[in-house]
Design a protein around this ligand. Structure first.
Ligand SMILES: Nc1nc2c(c(=O)[nH]1)N[C@H]1C(S)=C(S)[C@@H](COP(=O)(O)OP(=O)(O)OC[C@H]3O[C@@H](n4cnc5c(=O)[nH]c(N)nc54)[C@H](O)[C@@H]3O)O[C@H]1N2
Ligand SMILES: Nc1nc2c(c(=O)[nH]1)N[C@H]1C(S)=C(S)[C@@H](COP(=O)(O)OP(=O)(O)OC[C@H]3O[C@@H](n4cnc5c(=O)[nH]c(N)nc54)[C@H](O)[C@@H]3O)O[C@H]1N2
Ligand code: SF4
Ligand SMILES: [Mo]
Length: 683
């Protein structure tokens, strides 16, 4: 913290679900935050923030910020509330939870995700609270679990290249990621590489902001990445572009993978992927003949049925050419496995004692809220405590989600900054602090630095930290274990590393993990075999295919089918999932919910650019504006997300159309495996 005569500057960390985890500097004048900037001392942030967080004060002091607890007064979902005191709200919530828990605590379900990525304000006191109660456990699958499981089965953990070394790569393949929109600081590194002569290739069905700035764009059909990766392997084999020494020493299952890859000629893959065969050959030639070569894989490509297998196939490519030998070679999907987080100390699963509560998958919350009690399911869900998430907007098949949240007999508490689509369905809404108002500690999934977030300002209005709210509830429920009294600063101190590291965080705001420059130059993968596992015995033991393969999407267009268009719904650049949709200046940039369509698909349906259209399938209907342009490839429409339903054109968003199917690995949702039809909308 630095002080001048008129203002102080406080070091923090961006809390959002973004791989960049930027270091923040907040200027505070007379107790009010006046500016949020990137910290120039943190190399990866380099003083630069995205447009969203550069406007953080607008969000923090938003006129609609929740400032006091609210109690429902109208019918469920009507959004009618009246203010109540904290004591009244906490008493009522504790009493209701106690009544339900007396029958079966598993009827209570926490629902949270990454509204904040902070280790303290996400799963620390909250997790302790639900563990002590014996509530159902939540499988947090909504974003990354297919890729995470796939990476773990192949490389051994969520580990990979250090992001800064992409600057030295000669070939960068950006695979299933719109870096400019969702990983801005990586894009800055890729630009540095480009200036040094690197070739950039983007693999994405959408001609994204990133794709149009790369040397090559491979606009494949959604869900066909494994076929592409296998065909690249085919070419590496037939052209002898392999590092056989690396394969022999540091990999497992090459003979079997080789046999599989030889079934995937570029011609066969071209047919499946819907791209020119020469583009596949060129990708293989680039990958096979350039060093150092690196893949920036991201989660966008794993939101389909075969997402896990696709990540497995792609994660094999660096080992085949020995790319890992160089610090600027290899692959990065997530770096989160590098961080030695003391999760058990933070979350205290031991508080469950002998109890083994059931686990509910957050990605099927629609179906699960509508499920009656049964011997296989257990008790009906009677209470839901939502924090750091907006499931009514972000979970798949919203029709079901809304129906579930609309159950008059369901008791719902939502901890929030704003009255989101989810908060509309609450019985009680509790106002939570933002990152400028609380302590936290942050790891990252896009780099290998730890960051400390200090509060810059006092809580706005009557807001309280998530931790404080769960501490207060614990006290009212009679949970007297001393762990419920632990302070946020103490939690920050004990979350990662040792005391010296924490002193450095206090002094500088960030610290780098001691990760080797080229972690797998000589193998040493954290798998059971210590090798890069092309073949996974662990998967085979579960009765699954031990080798990666192409699994076609659940929803594949067929000639004459009712829903001929594949819809993907990647994020709009100026929103972060559903966060920021209510910030006027950012919503003004996005203007309105849009569906990008290729001119041929639009012409066939008589749809003009700018027309309001109806996007529909058997699950529901979504109205938005058509943007007819070349960002969409033929046969694929891009419904940019994730709008608040109530700020959309007909009170729905893209998730009205998505399904609750799950991925091959990791039980994740398949947001981008979704067929629709589009028609003009009679006004
Ligand atoms: N501005 C902004 N930044 C964000 C987010 C946000 O909402 N807005 N969200 C954050 C979160 S939660 C996450 S998980 C990360 C996600 O970060 P990324 O994984 O980089 O995700 P996206 O930017 O969504 O990019 C996904 C890209 O994948 C493409 N895609 C869709 N289907 C396929 C496919 O089958 N194959 C291939 N190859 N590509 C496909 C989409 O068109 C899109 O351009 O971004 C984070 N950063
Ligand atoms: N169709 C479609 N659906 C998708 C995706 C997609 O690409 N397409 N992406 C998916 C992905 S990758 C993800 S990660 C999920 C994201 O799903 P969520 O994690 O639910 O993300 P957000 O929509 O950003 O909602 C986070 C909420 O947490 C609140 N919040 C932030 N900080 C705090 C805090 O400190 N305390 C409390 N109490 N609340 C806080 C914010 O105000 C915000 O309303 O959505 C998924 N849904
Ligand atoms: S959202 Fe991402 S790019 Fe924007 S400030 Fe946060 S970490 Fe940085
Ligand atoms: Mo995500």
């Amino acid at each position: 913290m630095t002080t001048t005569d008129t203002s102080i500057t406080v070091r923090g960390a961006c809390p959002h679900d973004c791989p960049d985890t930027c270091a923040l500097l907040t200027t505070v004048e007379n107790g009010r935050a006046t500016k949020v900037q990137g910290n120039p001392a943190h190399a990866l942030t380099d003083g630069v923030l995205c447009t969203k967080v550069a406007r953080y004060t607008e969000r923090t002091y938003h006129p609609e910020r929740l400032l006091q607890p609210l109690k429902r007064v109208g019918p469920k979902g009507s959004g009618q509330f009246e203010p109540v005191g904290w004591d009244e709200a906490l008493e009522a919530i504790a009493a209701r939870l106690q009544t339900i828990a007396a029958r079966d605590p598993q009827a209570v379900l926490p629902y949270s995700y990454a509204g904040t990525m902070g280790l303290v304000q996400s799963e620390s006191i909250a997790a302790r609270f639900f563990h002590q109660l014996g509530a159902s456990l939540l499988d947090r699958t909504i974003c990354a679990s297919a890729g995470a499981e796939a990476l773990t089965q192949t490389l051994g953990n969520k580990v990979g290249m250090k992001v800064e070394f992409f600057a030295e790569s000669k070939l960068i393949v950006i695979w299933g990621s719109n870096s400019i929109g969702s990983n801005l600081h990586f894009w800055r590194i890729a630009q540095a590489a480009k200036r040094n002569g690197a070739k950039l290739v983007c693999i994405d069905p959408r001609r994204s902001e990133t794709a149009e700035k790369c040397h090559e764009h491979i606009a494949l059909r959604p869900g066909t990445d494994a076929a592409l990766a296998l065909a690249v392997m085919h070419e590496l084999i037939v052209n002898a572009w392999l590092d056989q020494d690396y394969i022999d020493r540091y990999t497992l299952g090459w003979d079997a993978l080789k046999a599989r890859a030889l079934q995937w000629s570029p011609e066969r893959a071209a047919e499946v992927c819907g791209v020119p065969v020469e583009q596949i050959r060129q990708l293989a030639r680039d990958w096979g003949t350039t060093q150092p070569a690196a893949i920036r894989l991201n989660y966008g490509m794993q939101r389909v049925r075969g997402g896990g297998n696709a990540v497995r196939a792609i994660a094999c490519l660096p080992a085949l050419t020995g790319a890992w030998r160089h610090r600027a070679g290899g692959l990065l999907l997530s770096s989160s496995g590098h961080f030695p987080v003391r999760r058990a100390a933070l979350q205290r699963p031991d508080l469950m004692g002998e109890r083994r509560p059931r686990t509910i998958n957050m990605s099927t919350i629609g179906d699960d809220l509508l499920r009656p009690a049964s011997p296989t399911f257990g008790p009906q869900i009677e209470a839901l405590i939502v924090y750091n998430s907006n499931p009514v907007a972000v979970a798949p098949e919203s029709g079901k989600v809304v129906q579930g949240f609309g159950r008059e007999d369901l008791f719902t508490v939502v901890l929030e900054h704003f009255q989101t689509d989810t908060a509309d369905y609450a019985d009680f809404i509790l106002p939570a602090t933002t990152q400028l108002e609380h302590w936290d500690i942050h790891t990252s999934y896009g780099h290998t630095d730890v960051l400390l977030n200090r509060p810059a300002i006092a809580p706005v209005g009557g807001a309280r930290t998530n931790t404080d709210i769960f501490r207060a509830l614990a006290a009212r429920m009679g949970f007297d274990d001393p762990c419920f009294a632990e302070s946020d600063e103490s939690l920050c101190r004990s979350a990662i590393g040792d005391a010296d590291d924490y002193e450095q965080l206090l002094a500088h705001g960030f610290a780098s993990l001691p990760v080797p420059d080229a972690p797998f130059a000589q193998g040493g993968f954290p798998t059971p075999s210590g090798r890069c596992e092309f073949f996974s015995q662990r998967l085979a033991d579960q009765g699954l295919d031990g080798l990666p393969d192409h699994l076609p999407n659940y929803e594949l267009a067929t000639p004459g089918g009712r829903y001929p268009l594949a819809m993907i719904s990647p994020p709009a650049r100026n929103f972060l999932n559903s966060t920021f949709v209510n910030v006027q200046s950012l919503r003004d940039i996005e203007a309105e919910p849009v569906l990008e369509m290729h001119p041929e698909d639009a012409a066939q349906r008589g749809i003009a650019d700018g027309a309001v259209v109806r996007v529909f399938n058997d699950r529901g209907t979504y109205h938005c504006k058509a943007r007819v342009n070349q960002r969409a490839r033929p046969g694929v429409v891009n419904g940019l997300g994730i709008w608040w339903r109530k700020l959309g054109l007909n009170g729905t968003n893209v998730n009205e159309l998505t399904s609750q199917h799950l991925t091959d690995l990791g039980r994740a949702p398949v947001f981008y495996d979704c067929l629709v039809e589009v028609a003009t909308c009679p006004n």
